[in-house]
Design a protein around this ligand. Structure first.
Ligand code: SF4
Ligand code: SF4
Ligand code: SF4
Length: 483
């Protein structure tokens, strides 16, 4: 056993015993040095001058923080970045040059706690403590099946009501469901797919929910930007609708709203910095915190999850079963095909299309053939850029047989996001919990969500129309100059 492995072994023994005393839940958050304060602008010194032993994360990275004093220089983060996400090794890395898609795979690979999300929970507390601000939380699908891990609850427990109650106890003024915007995403994306198919333009259509994936295409395959759906990610839509529709309906000056997205995702911290996603010259979302950070906030305010309950606020608080499965790899595809089927056939799809078993599970790359009326679609689903590259190369060489492709950066989709603790057992249980919640949902179709019908009627107008384009779609740009 070398020194690094020995130190890790001892640390695991200590962590195991600590977890028995305090609960594994809090352990993950506590293992981050300073309990959630970001590292400062430390001098890098000469450490990296010869061979890079760790990822040279820059202090202005909006998503990832490096705690250099904890780093054992094992190189595991470099391996994850290079092997899984195909980023490290594609550019001339140096102590001052680091390229990143903000996926967080390096955080998941680091056993020393030397990498973490960039903490923003203190910004949330500051906003809550400012009486001039209306602080709105939006909860992503995967958070509700992961937060229980931090409070010794059953792994994979489906806890939307507890999360809502806990957020209110922490001090949020409104608690909304990002599933609302997952439904909006599908309304727009299914229509976009139909249009592209009919015009035979921009096929295959790639999904656009994952900002890490989007940045990867912009940097490495800018010639395929036209194949990306122009539909914003659910969080980006949610922010845009909070600052426009929700503010108007509630009679709130949008400039006083602080919109906080609560997500499993580190890449969303980067996404909210994209200027093209602003709403009426304001940031659509002001702060992104991870599930880890929500647990930290709850500890700061002495809020215990198990005793909490509540319901999402109306207008943007209802989501369908199709939205719930957005947290799983394959979920966006399944949701989109349900509504595409309805749009084409005028009735909801049969059971085999509802479940679409071929694209479920943890295999990195899955495919299915789907028939809708006279249309036969070949679809594919993958996660991690090492799998996405196979499809990107097919598209670039004109040998791709798929018309619709879902790509997520994290293993298993957002349930495997780096902002919440994950191992294989947890991922499987979270995936099962989201699928079960979909099956049990009173409504499993985004096009039947009454709040979705209302927002198009009262505010957005037609699906894919001018107002929808303004608030629900975006643009991309060639970022190959970053390499
Ligand atoms: S995985 Fe963690 S400990 Fe290992 S080199 Fe990377 S940051 Fe350092
Ligand atoms: S966040 Fe992703 S792309 Fe950035 S360094 Fe980590 S593994 Fe690499
Ligand atoms: S798969 Fe989900 S959690 Fe992971 S980077 Fe993409 S959007 Fe974020």
């Amino acid at each position: 056993m070398n020194n690094i492995k020995r130190r890790r072994f001892i640390k695991r023994v200590i962590l195991y015993n600590t977890s028995a005393l305090f609960g594994a839940s809090i352990l993950n958050a506590c293992s981050k040095e300073s309990f959630g304060e970001n590292p400062g602008l430390e001098s890098e010194g000469p450490l990296l001058s010869k061979k890079l032993e760790y990822l040279p994360i820059q202090s202005d990275n909006p998503s990832i923080a490096l705690w250099k004093k904890k780093c054992e220089e094992c190189g595991d983060c470099i391996e994850a970045c290079a092997q899984k996400q195909k980023v490290f090794g594609t550019y001339n890395a140096s102590p001052s040059k680091h390229v990143c898609i903000h996926c967080g795979a390096c955080i998941s690979a680091c056993e020393e706690g030397a990498l973490s999300e960039k903490y923003n929970w203190q910004n949330v507390l500051d906003a809550i403590n400012d009486p001039s601000k209306i602080v709105v939380a939006s909860i992503s699908p995967a958070v509700r099946v992961a937060i229980g891990d931090y409070f010794n609850m059953q792994t994979g427990a489906f806890l939307p009501g507890n999360v809502v109650g806990a957020c209110r106890a922490v001090g949020f003024d409104y608690v909304l469901d990002t599933n609302f915007s997952a439904d909006l995403t599908i309304m727009e994306e299914a229509a976009e797919l139909q249009k592209r198919l009919s015009e035979n333009d921009g096929i295959p259509q790639f999904t656009s929910c994952c900002p890490a994936w989007i940045k990867y295409v912009e940097m490495y395959y800018p010639s395929l930007i036209n194949n990306l759906s122009t539909v914003r990610s659910p969080i980006s839509m949610q922010g845009a609708m909070v600052k426009s529709y929700f503010a108007q309906k509630k009679g709130i000056d949008a400039r006083n709203i602080i919109h906080v997205a609560v997500a499993p995702c580190t890449a969303k911290k980067y996404e909210i910095t994209r200027e093209e996603l602003s709403t009426d010259y304001m940031p659509s979302s002001d702060i992104v915190i991870t599930t880890n950070e929500l647990a930290i906030l709850m500890r700061q305010k002495n809020v215990n999850l198990s005793g909490q309950s509540g319901s999402f606020d109306q207008l943007m608080g209802a989501g369908s079963g199709a939205a719930i499965i957005f947290g799983n790899t394959g979920g966006v595809m399944r949701a989109a095909l349900r509504t595409a089927y309805f749009n084409i056939m005028g009735v909801n799809p049969p059971a085999n299309l509802m479940e679409l078993k071929q694209v479920q599970g943890f295999s990195g790359l899955r495919a299915a053939q789907v028939t809708i009326g006279t249309v036969t679609l070949n679809v594919a689903v993958c996660y991690e850029m090492r799998n996405a590259i196979k499809l990107l190369e097919q598209v670039r060489s004109n040998t791709c047989k798929y018309q619709f492709i879902e790509v997520m950066a994290c293993k298993g989709g957002c349930i495997g996001g780096a902002g919440q603790h994950a191992d294989s057992d947890k991922l499987e249980k979270r995936m099962k919990a989201l699928n079960t919640a979909d099956v049990k949902a009173s409504n499993r179709y985004c096009h039947e969500n009454p709040e979705i019908k209302m927002v198009y009627q009262d505010f957005l107008g037609d699906v894919g129309g001018d107002q929808a384009k303004k608030y629900l779609h975006t643009t991309y740009s060639d970022k190959s100059n970053l390499l």
